[in-house]
Design a protein around this ligand. Structure first.
Ligand code: GLN
Ligand code: ZN
Length: 764
């Protein structure tokens, strides 16, 4: 029989119950007992849905109070010493208190203890807590959470398949602390503890355990491939069947290693890498189960069941019982349940499947492969096919005018009229800016008044006219404060924006917004990404009215503020019927029109934010260039339709520029503002080494903290910057937008920043 299973279910709850409970617990409004009960209820509910959907195994171990990688660290006793009462202590039993301390950091009378670092989980928007390893790291089972949850599921009469991050991926994702040693030296001891853990799992009567090794879809050094062989040869002695789960891409050059590892099963991602099916099936050892991930765990669309049935039937004939069906990866990355959405048109709802629906698809597909031809199964396939046909021809998806415009793009629209060094002179004449011009990144404090005004308008409680008056009042206030501070290039402050993607998505056709489509981003934080439904078109100007109003209040140049095409794409659920590049081009054209309208409205400085360009990078280096080529082209299509005298800014907030500096330069923005203050201007080295030609505004203070930077501090940073970048190309600005700060600290910090810029103008 073909088994239907899942790699994991979202833990947040369909109304973000976990988030609410955890935050209430942090605030002291919920007891630990109440929190534990809430978690237990959620697990039960989620298992029940999965069993009802028809899965043969339910995943156990996908639940976490904060993060699944932190769970593994706690299970294996990888606790950084700063969280231990006694620095000599080598192990402890992890309770909820310690768990949350590691997740969030804490302050006691000794001072502040920093939380574990957080970083992005492969190319998703999920963030995990980075394990910290020391050179003589020891491992010891220090939490029974996984074992307890297995028992919990068994007591409910469910067939549990524990899921756990595998040893190699766990090690890879962690950081060597203290000295710079080779993490692989820890593998041996780590595998011993995994062995112990697997023995305990086996003792609970478990048949299959899923070990996730997503790093098998990355470029791996040979030593790590060998590590896989050593580790899995040792782990096979346990009496459990291991399903080795790979996802987020193709095995490619890791195929030979992976397929021959002595695990009883292998899971592959056929959504990201459908092409690998044949080669994997051809080389699959006769003893091994193959789990095919065909339901997309990272998107919101219904699966083409008929298409997959056709492709999988020959595989079923070949593998028989040894073929399993599942999602491409854990459903952690998809929203929970489309049935609770009220705002979708009925045809649109039929095109969507969130986690609950995806499990049903998996079960239906498995049943069909098992030869089940019941009316129920046939109806499910019929429905899927009808939905696909309707979508294929729907005018909600296809807009001929947009497609024709894409066809007509020629590369002249993706270059400025004059090269940077010529147009920058014209801009300097036009803008009449001093040396070391000062500016900000766009947003100003989003006060309670601003949020309340937006909320009331959204809820239909205020008229459009009243709302506009209130926003204009906010803009006027932002302008007068900036004038008082004597900043050189002003912004309108983004009061009208809830979110830098949603604001634009709501005004563009082709986007869809869910009510409850939340996905965990990190800890208790969730995001609700917009859904790109179809061809994207700008119906009318999106920002011009606000920006024009702001400019009318000041003689100083006002900087128009837009979110770039790549960022809008990266922070949305993409279409599956066209490439990411196509949607990005459509976004670029829509933004190009907006840029030109801003210019017509008398705006001579326009910023196009691209904070997400780096996170769109493919996991495999070999695919980077192709992505960067179209990402850069899209930015240029959006930005190059202006006169030489119009100055294009862009903004990015991340730390690694070294490996993409060429692409950053190719954007050819007149000015780039970046986040650098926490790196002590070291990030500028990449720009210096590359001889990056255009203007740069390295952030001079960290906006993540409420601390007001002193003039001396700002000055020493700027002097460092001036050693790396020619003075006349240097701008002065904070690291990022100020929307999370309050006005008092913002004004003080900016006043110090302006003072320093003025002093340096005298000095240089
Ligand atoms: N213009 C945006 C702001 O200031 C930029 C935000 C970002 O870079 N993430 O808020
Ligand atoms: Zn930023």
């Amino acid at each position: 029989m073909t088994i239907a299973h899942s790699l994991g279910f979202p833990r947040i709850g369909k109304r973000r119950e976990l988030k609410k409970a955890v935050e209430a617990f942090w605030r002291g409004e919920l007891t630990q007992e109440q929190l534990l009960a809430e978690g237990k209820a959620l697990r039960q509910q989620h298992w029940q849905w999965q069993a009802e959907a028809g899965l043969d195994y339910v995943p156990v171990g996908d639940f976490a109070w904060y993060d699944q990688v932190l769970n593994v660290s706690c299970t294996l006793g990888v606790i950084p010493s700063r969280f231990l009462a006694d620095a000599q202590q080598t192990s402890t039993t992890v309770d909820l208190d310690l768990y949350f301390k590691m997740a969030r950091g804490y302050t006691d009378d000794q001072g502040e203890v920093a939380a574990c670092e957080m970083t992005k989980w492969f190319d998703t928007n999920y963030h995990y807590l980075v394990p910290e390893f020391t050179e003589n790291q020891s491992f010891k089972i220090s939490s029974n959470q996984l074992l307890d949850e297995i028992e919990e599921a068994s007591q409910l009469g469910l067939k549990a398949k524990p899921v756990l991050l595998g040893p190699l991926s766990y090690l890879w994702l962690g950081k060597a602390k203290g000295s710079d040693f080779d993490k692989l030296t820890l593998l041996d001891e780590l595998v011993s503890v995994y062995g112990e853990l697997l023995a305990k799992i086996a003792a609970l009567g478990i048949e299959w355990v899923q070990l996730d090794e997503p790093i098998l879809t990355l470029d791996l050094p040979n030593s790590w491939r060998q590590g896989f062989e050593t580790a899995y040869n040792r782990l096979q002695s346990s009496s459990l069947n291991i399903l080795l789960a790979t996802y987020f891409g193709a095995l490619a050059d890791n195929l030979a290693t992976t397929i021959n590892l002595p695990t009883e099963g292998l899971h592959i991602d056929l959504v990201r890498a459908p092409e690998q099916l044949t080669s994997v099936v051809d080389r699959l050892p006769a003893y091994k189960v193959l789990s095919v991930g065909v339901v997309n765990g990272r998107n919101v669309w219904r699966t083409d069941l008929n298409g997959w049935l056709d492709r999988l039937q020959p595989v079923k004939q070949k593998l028989g019982e040894r073929l399993w069906v599942g999602p491409s990866c854990s459903l952690l990355h998809s929203p929970v349940d489309v049935d609770q959405e009220q705002g979708f048109a009925e045809d649109v709802r039929q095109w969507l499947a969130f986690a609950v629906q995806k499990n049903k698809e998996i079960a239906v597909l498995a049943k069909a492969l098992n030869g089940n031809e019941s009316a129920e199964i046939n109806a499910a396939f019929e429905k899927s096919s009808l939905a696909f046909k309707a979508k294929h021809s729907s005018s909600r998806i296809h807009d001929q005018t947009v497609q024709a415009r894409i066809q007509a793009i020629d590369d002249t629209i993706a270059t400025r009229q004059l090269p940077y060094h010529e147009r920058i002179e014209l801009q300097r004449q036009q803008l009449k800016l001093p040396l070391l011009p000062t500016t900000t990144i766009g947003s100003f404090p989003q006060t309670t008044a601003i949020r309340a005004a937006r909320k009331a308008f959204k809820a239909g409680k205020t008229t459009e006219a009243d709302y506009r008056t209130e926003m204009q009042r906010q803009i006027a206030e932002a302008i007068s404060r900036q004038e008082a501070l004597d900043l050189d290039v002003l912004v309108h402050g983004e009061a009208e924006r809830n979110d830098m993607v949603e604001y634009f998505g709501e005004q563009l056709s082709g986007f869809l917004f869910s009510q409850h489509g939340w996905v965990q981003s990190y800890g208790s934080r969730c995001v609700k990404p917009p859904i790109i439904l179809g061809d994207i078109k700008r119906e009318q100007p999106m920002t011009v009215e606000w920006i024009r109003y702001a400019q009318s209040l000041t003689e100083k140049p006002l900087k128009g503020m837009l979110t770039g095409p790549v960022t809008m794409l990266c922070w949305s659920f993409p279409r599956e019927d066209v490439s990411r590049e196509v949607s990005c081009l459509q976004l670029a054209l829509a933004l190009r029109d907006e840029v030109q309208d801003l210019e017509k409205a008398g705006i001579h400085v326009i910023q196009i934010d691209e904070p997400a360009i780096r996170e769109g990078l493919p996991l495999r280096k070999a695919e980077w260039q192709q992505y960067l080529d179209w990402a850069v082209r899209c930015f240029k299509i959006a930005s190059c339709g202006v006169e030489n005298t119009t100055q294009i800014h862009t903004h990015m907030c991340y730390s690694e520029f070294n490996d993409i500096i060429e692409a950053i330069a190719a954007l050819d923005a007149d000015v780039i503002t970046i986040e650098t203050s926490r790196s002590d201007m070291e990030l500028l080295d990449a720009f210096e080494d590359f001889a990056y030609p255009n203007d740069i505004g390295p952030g001079v203070y960290d906006i993540h903290s409420p601390n007001v930077p002193s003039p001396a501090w700002i000055k020493q940073l700027l002097k460092k910057a001036a050693n790396k970048i020619a003075l006349k190309r240097l701008w002065v600005n904070p690291d990022c937008g100020l929307k999370t700060r309050d006005w008092a600290e913002t004004e003080q910090a900016l006043a110090n920043m302006v003072t320093v810029a003025k002093e340096l103008r005298e000095e240089y």
